[in-house]
Design a protein. Structure first.
Length: 345
């Protein structure tokens, strides 16, 4: 099956802070290997260094890294909330770095949604008013914007709370309002910058579940920032790991854990429980020449995580069929295969 088309493409994106940054890069050319020593000598700080990546239609693309790795700066460059120093950022085939300020305002208002760690709700507006606010900015009539806002409020599980003010809501409920507000404009591209990091663990898990439910319904193209690998594993289709402004490796969680590009990625993923990462397809056996005597004990999806199927598999006496998205049997598992992974093998 062909991969979805790229919705957002970054090509050789740089963000340098300091006087003369653009001239510094232009003088060295697009293919120059610029060292940290050269940047220090020029009194420049590199927040994003020569980043190239693609975000595909309908995928959740997670950007990870420690504090100061450049992940938030990169996402703000993608929407031109921060101006990149060099490179290309292409959204729906349009190079955003050539867009006028007026055009960028139009794109952000009508095609992009943004949710940040700090909810930034307007305290004097109700839940309904907060969610409808971006539509009011667009000039949408009151009846239509409130109808759409009420749909978003219901979608995030806050029906009946539309008359409440932010101070009357819990932290998790406030974050839901922020999510509903960003969805009200029906964005093609959805940016979320550590949206759950300020929440306590139980509410954070609940919000992750809510996010997965929303994505299963909406199929948005998402760029999601986190520093929590467990969160990334739950939410991401693909993950990019950043260090010192550089994207060190991009791939699925399996790629990063089983085939780290360097020692930094290996250390970054060292404590990840492999059962949370490995899929059934990664440990399945080839199909036998004939179906097992007595038939298959159960069927599981090839993309299912081992941790999620361990309970089911442990109860099966015989071999288990592994099926693809169309329900075709593509391999088989035995109970011991799953036990080996759960035991750290």
């Amino acid at each position: 099956m062909a991969e979805p088309e790229a919705k957002l493409v970054c090509r050789a994106v740089w963000k340098l802070f300091g006087h003369g940054a653009a001239g510094f890069l232009a003088a060295r050319g697009p293919d120059a290997a610029i060292t940290a020593e050269e940047l220090n000598a020029a009194k420049l700080i590199a927040a994003v260094r020569d980043v190239s990546l693609e975000v595909r239609e309908g995928e959740c693309f997670v950007i990870m890294g420690l504090s100061g790795s450049g992940k938030s700066t990169l996402v703000r460059c993608m929407s031109r909330l921060i101006e990149p120093t060099a490179g290309e950022i292409v959204f729906n085939g349009e190079n955003l770095l050539r867009a006028t300020d007026a055009r960028m305002i139009e794109i952000r208002r009508h095609h992009m949604g943004m949710v940040f760690q700090h909810f930034a709700l307007l305290p004097h507006l109700s839940v309904l008013g907060n969610v409808a606010f971006p539509l009011e900015i667009q000039g949408v009539g009151r009846k239509l914007r409130e109808e759409r806002a009420l749909k978003m409020i219901e979608l995030v599980g806050l029906a009946g709370r539309e008359g409440n003010f932010p101070r009357e809501l819990s932290g998790g409920q406030q974050q839901r309002v922020g999510i509903a507000r960003s969805l009200a404009v029906e964005p093609e591209l959805w940016f979320l910058d550590e949206p759950f990091s300020a929440l306590d663990p139980l509410i954070r898990r609940e919000m992750q579940d809510e996010f997965l439910r929303l994505q299963s319904v909406l199929k948005k193209t998402i760029v999601f920032i986190t520093h929590d690998f467990d969160e990334a594993i739950r939410l991401a289709d693909r993950i990019a790991i950043m260090k010192d402004g550089i994207v060190v490796q991009t791939g699925t969680s399996e790629d990063l854990v089983l085939r780290p590009a360097d020692a930094y990625v290996a250390e970054f993923t060292r404590n990840v429980v492999r059962a949370k990462v490995l899929q059934a397809s990664s440990i399945m056996h080839r199909l036998p020449d004939a179906p097992p005597e007595g038939g298959w004990s159960a069927k599981i999806e090839a993309e299912a995580k081992i941790a999620d199927i361990a309970g089911l598999v442990s109860q099966q006496p015989g071999p288990i069929a592994v099926v693809d998205a169309q329900g075709v049997t593509v391999g088989m598992l035995r109970r011991q295969d799953v036990i080996n992974v759960m035991m750290g093998g």
